[in-house]
Structure formats: structure tokens, C-alpha cells
Ligand binder design. Structure first.
Ligand code: SF4
Ligand code: SF4
Length: 441
């Protein structure tokens, strides 16, 4: 590998330092390469897990500068999808490594410009849910008033602010009715109460995927769950962790730990894969915080993905038939970070009339990866094309997933291709199967 010699060799600082034992555990076998979406489209060794680990090793050994353009480019071009972790026979904890590396870049203020802007948005808007709600209301007005149609037709943004045009094109359609923690505190079980759970409404999900939230609550209720939604909760910090802003993520984690200590429910349910993986890693995120370390561990143990929990309690077989050919798209942070792939498929198979089919390479990332589709749009779209080819080849009419970013990315791509494909959250599909019985949300 050619090593770019930076002007000032700067190794890693002592806070959140990338774990040298993770680097050492890589035996350079290359078995992860074909599972890496960036390597698959770019065919560059430094855009593979093995290549990136070598770059980290070079900085650790001070053969390469932390501020080297090559180091920053290739480590930030990683999706943090963790597909390499599943593929790796040596158990290399790649996700923890790349997140620590990004933490180093943030500490040293070395992030690429687009990432820096994204970080500022995350720090201001996503940490205050009221502000996020206001921004979502403004976006809803823009989308529903017809202004969006006019702006797009005339290409106004492309002419005056191309980067903003890109963000606008990728922005989700805001929900008609929001469902944040301030909107609802309790959702009763349908019939006998068999389980007590808490529910995380998160940030984007509550304003752009509120229908998936309502569907989740109804399905939980159908399965005897009484649901509490603590008002003090906030954004989980997943996007902050993935971008390297670990301090902001810790602040959010502490807030959520406190919010969910109020009720001693059986489980804390999350219906977003990316958030779920971070919530389950709060223990690691706050490991050095004497006041919160044990509390964060206790919190993480209680977190369950929506499908994981329903599978665990034995979901009631839905009565409503859905005669569709359905394909399940694995969200990276569900399959690779949480090891959950069988549970959602088992639940979907329980729906009468549904034919569940598989696409080629179902566990390869779709290219959404949090803010990646905004910060690294070209690579993200190239990765998506492969996924859309695989989806199209199945002949499925419905694609089901469990992560807002994947849903949005696939929907946008499918529309652009003119595919006749319905995109649904797993909760929405199950809710439809239950025929919306006893709907109260
Ligand atoms: S996390 Fe994903 S994109 Fe990054 S190296 Fe691993 S497989 Fe490749
Ligand atoms: S599969 Fe694991 S050990 Fe092999 S090159 Fe990839 S990260 Fe290293």
C-alpha cells in the first residue's frame, strides 16, 4: 500500500483512542472485501475494510498523519455499515474502530466540509426536539403548499445553491401527523395486558415516519403490550456516533438513560435499526463515566428491536391476508450490528397470503447509511443501483425494511427508476395484516 506522507505526523489523542487490539486482530485475509459496498463499487483497496484498517495502523505507528487527505478521505468514505464485521472470521470489531477514528477527526477538527456542516445541524436541530419539530413543520408547509413542485420544476435551487438542492431532493416527506414523545405518553394494550414496555420515538422517525410509529404501537397493543412513552427522552445520538461526535452522543445518551429509568418496563422498544444499535451500545459509549456507566449498561440490556421483541414474546398470528410477493431488506445496523435477520422474516412469513422472497446478497448495505447519501451522494447512489437491480430481479411488489434511512433511500431510487414497488416499514406491514383492529393511535 502506498502511504501518503502528511506534513505533520499526528497520531491519535488519548480520548476515544482507536483500540490497537482491534487493528491487530485483522489477519489481512481479505474475506471481507466482497461484502464491503464501497469496495464493490470503487475497487480500491483503501476503500475496503482491510485497507482502512491498514490506514489506521499507519496513523497509530505514526507512519501517516492523522490529517493526511488520503486517511480522511478513505475512512470517511466508509458507510459504517459493519458488513465486514459479519464477514470477518477473525471477529474484527470494525464498527468500534471506525467510530473511534471519526471521533479523533472530530476532536482534531479535521472533518470534510460536508460532514462538518452535517455535524452542526445534528448539534443544533437534533438535540432539541422542539426545534426539529419546527423545522419539520416548515418543511411540511414547503412540501404541501406546492412550492416544492415549483422550485423543482424551475430548478431554482440547482442554480443558486447546488448543495442545498441535493439535500432538498433527499429530504423525507414529512408526516401529516407527528408522533413525538410530547404527543403521546401512553398506549393501552388491546385486551389483556401481558407485557409492559417503553417506546422510543426518536428524532426523524417522529416527524417523517410517524405512521410507522403508530403502526408499531398498534401491533404491540395487538400483542398484549401496554406502552409508555417517556416525555423526557430525546434523539438517541446514532448519527452523532457514526459521524464521530461522541461528546454530543454521550450527552444524548445520558438524557435517555435518565428518561427510561422512570419506568421499570420489561423492555425498551425501538423500531429503527440504526438507533437500536447505538442504544444497545450506550454501555460502551458511557463506559468511562463513573455516574452513568452501570446505568447505561442496564439501559442497553433492556433495549429490544421491534421485530426482536415480537419474536421473543411469540407474536399472535395476524388474521388479515396480504397476497403480495414481499422481499425483506436487511438494515445493516439490524443484521450486522445486532445480529437480527431471522426474526423479521419469521414474522413476515406468519402473514397469510404473503410470499416472502429473497434478493441476491440481501445483507449488503443499500447506501443510505445515515447522512452518507447526503455527504457522499455519488457512491451512495452507485451502491443503491446494485440493490435496486437485486430487488427488481425478485419480482417483488413490496419491500419491507426496519430503518428509516433505508426506506427513504430505496423509495427515492425505486421512484426514479419507475419501479412498481411499495416500500413499507415492517410494523406497517404487520399492522396492515392485523387489519387495523382496535386502532387508537
Ligand atoms: S463498515 Fe461497510 S463500508 Fe465500511 S469497511 Fe466495513 S463493509 Fe466497508
Ligand atoms: S475479514 Fe477480518 S481479518 Fe480478514 S481482512 Fe477483513 S477485517 Fe481483516
Amino acid at each position: 500500500m502506498t502511504i501518503d506522507q502528511g506534513i505533520a505526523v499526528r497520531g491519535f489523542s488519548s480520548i476515544d483512542v482507536p483500540d490497537a487490539s482491534i487493528v491487530a486482530s485483522c489477519v489481512h485475509c481479505g474475506l471481507c472485501l466482497n461484502e464491503c459496498p464501497t469496495y464493490r463499487v470503487l475497487r480500491v483497496e483503501m476503500d475496503s475494510p482491510r485497507g482502512r484498517i491498514q490506514l489506521v495502523n499507519a496513523v497509530q505507528e505514526e507512519r501517516l498523519s492523522l490529517d493526511s487527505p488520503a486517511f480522511l478521505k478513505h475512512t470517511f468514505q466508509c458507510l459504517d455499515c459493519r458488513g465486514c464485521e459479519t464477514a470477518c472470521p477473525s471477529g474484527v470489531k470494525y464498527g468500534a474502530l471506525i467510530e473511534a477514528v471519526r471521533g479523533q477527526a472530530v476532536q482534531a477538527d479535521l472533518m470534510p466540509t460536508r460532514r462538518r456542516i452535517a455535524q452542526q445541524v445534528l448539534r443544533t436541530v437534533f438535540r432539541r426536539l422542539k426545534l426539529l419539530r419546527l423545522a419539520a413543520q416548515a418543511l411540511k408547509l414547503y412540501q404541501r403548499s406546492g412550492l416544492q413542485t415549483v422550485v423543482r420544476r424551475l430548478g431554482v435551487l440547482q442554480r443558486i445553491a447546488p448543495p442545498l438542492a441535493k439535500v432538498e431532493a433527499l429530504s423525507p416527506r414529512v408526516s401529516n401527523r407527528f408522533l413525538q414523545a410530547s404527543d403521546l405518553s401512553f398506549f393501552p394494550a388491546d385486551g389483556e395486558v401481558r407485557h409492559h414496555v417503553s417506546f422510543i420515538t426518536g428524532c426523524i422517525m417522529g416527524v417523517a415516519f410517524a405512521d410507522a410509529h403508530r403502526a408499531s404501537l398498534r401491533v404491540l397493543a395487538q400483542n398484549g403490550c401496554e406502552v409508555r412513552i417517556p416525555e423526557q427522552q430525546g434523539c438517541c445520538g446514532a448519527l452523532h456516533v457514526h459521524g464521530g461526535d461522541r461528546e454530543a452522543a454521550r450527552e444524548l445518551a445520558r438524557r435517555n438513560v435518565e428518561a427510561f429509568e422512570i419506568h421499570e418496563d420489561d423492555a425498551i422498544i425501538i423500531n429503527s435499526a440504526g438507533c437500536g444499535s447505538t442504544l444497545k451500545e450506550y454501555g460502551e459509549l458511557l463506559a468511562d463515566d463513573p455516574e452513568y456507566a452501570a446505568r447505561a449498561e442496564a439501559f442497553s440490556v433492556r433495549v429490544k428491536d421491534f421485530s426482536e421483541y415480537l419474536h421473543e414474546i411469540g407474536m399472535r398470528t395476524p388474521t388479515g391476508a396480504i397476497a403480495e410477493r414481499v422481499v425483506y431488506q436487511d438494515a445493516c445496523h439490524l443484521v450486522h450490528a445486532q445480529g437480527i435477520s431471522r426474526q423479521p422474516r419469521d414474522l413476515l412469513r406468519m402473514v397469510p397470503g404473503t410470499e416472502l422472497v429473497e434478493m441476491e446478497n440481501p445483507t449488503i448495505c443499500c447506501g443510505a447509511a445515515g447522512l452518507y447519501s447526503v455527504t457522499d451522494t455519488e457512491i451512495s447512489l452507485a451502491i443503491l443501483e446494485e440493490r435496486l437491480d437485486a430487488l427488481q430481479a425478485t419480482g417483488a411488489t413490496v419491500v419491507v425494511s426496519a430503518n428509516p434511512g433505508c426506506l427513504l433511500h430505496i423509495q427515492t431510487g425505486a421512484q426514479r427508476r419507475g419501479m412498481d414497488l411499495q416500500v413499507m416499514h415492517v410494523a406497517e406491514f404487520l399492522d396492515a395484516a392485523y387489519g387495523h383492529e382496535g386502532s387508537k393511535a
